[in-house]
Design a protein around this ligand. Sequence first.
Ligand code: BTN
Length: 334
Amino acid sequence: MAENASSTKLQLLHLLKRKSPEFYSGAALAAETGLTRSAIWKHMQNLKDQGYQIDSHPKRGYRLINAPDLLSPEEVLPVLPTLWLGKPYHYYPRIGSTNDRALELAGQGAPHGTVVVAEEQLAGRGRLGRNWLSTVRRGIYCSVILRDALPVHEAPQSTLVAALALARVLSNSYHLPAAIKWPNDVLVQGRKVAGILTEMQSDQDLVRFLVLGIGINVNHSTSEMTGPFRYPATSLAIELGHPIARADFLAKLLAGLEKDYDRFRSNGFAALLPELENLSATLGKTVQTTFREQPLSGRAIGLTPEGALRLQLKSGEERVIWVGDVTHIEEVDS
Ligand code: BTN
């Protein structure tokens, strides 16, 4: 079941947070919200059930001691500065896959900007049929619905726009040296910290709706990140040396994505190209990929104005890779 915070619960929490660590009297809360004392009590019980540590005192009222690290609407919406992204915001403590749910909601007409977030995925999916590790309350598992008549051939660019937004939040707000591994991974110190799975339904020329599924390893421990991954993996907590508040991170990411997506749609993909090239982990490397079902290796020398990867083969010939996975083989001095 989706949990969408009632505005009353949001308001109560906002008041408690503003006053914390002081008490807020029951009478003052009732006056502020228009609720009865017993309705307030019920909301407080509900918040405690969600993991909020709240002190209740018969005379002094209520005070917030600690808020849980959740991606619930109560934690994310008050810090989300977006205009259209995350409206509406669907939250699930546990789900099969946020991408599956987003595709279902989009099929039922969910608007542009709808976001689906879960604390845990039982069937988190990666690209090319792989699984995505979705341990409860460790990562961010989030899917964004876009439906703004994007031309079909521009759909892959939206993956790069999301990767750019994510890499920028990591570098600007968390001072982590993030880089984009073409076309859909974000790396820190050469290890994968996030991946993007883009799925869509389209007519002949236009995207009917597109779902950007973003998975980020946030507070996973070293032992969780040493599993049988296809690519060396890490988490933000490992790289920073401490856990981070996931709600703040998600709010920053959605704000950055809204800004970059708006730039992409108003000014075109080419406007983002220099930043994408600057933050690329792939350019300058020799990479291996498949081209028309044959293995191909070459040096990644740039992106085309459409976001495809330009490879220079040993023969000097150039090939453009539009889709697929690349493996970085070695760094090339230039
Ligand atoms: C990849 O690197 O292969 C892409 C991983 C994408 C994982 C995210 S988690 C949220 C969304 N729901 C899913 O089932 N997958 C994506």
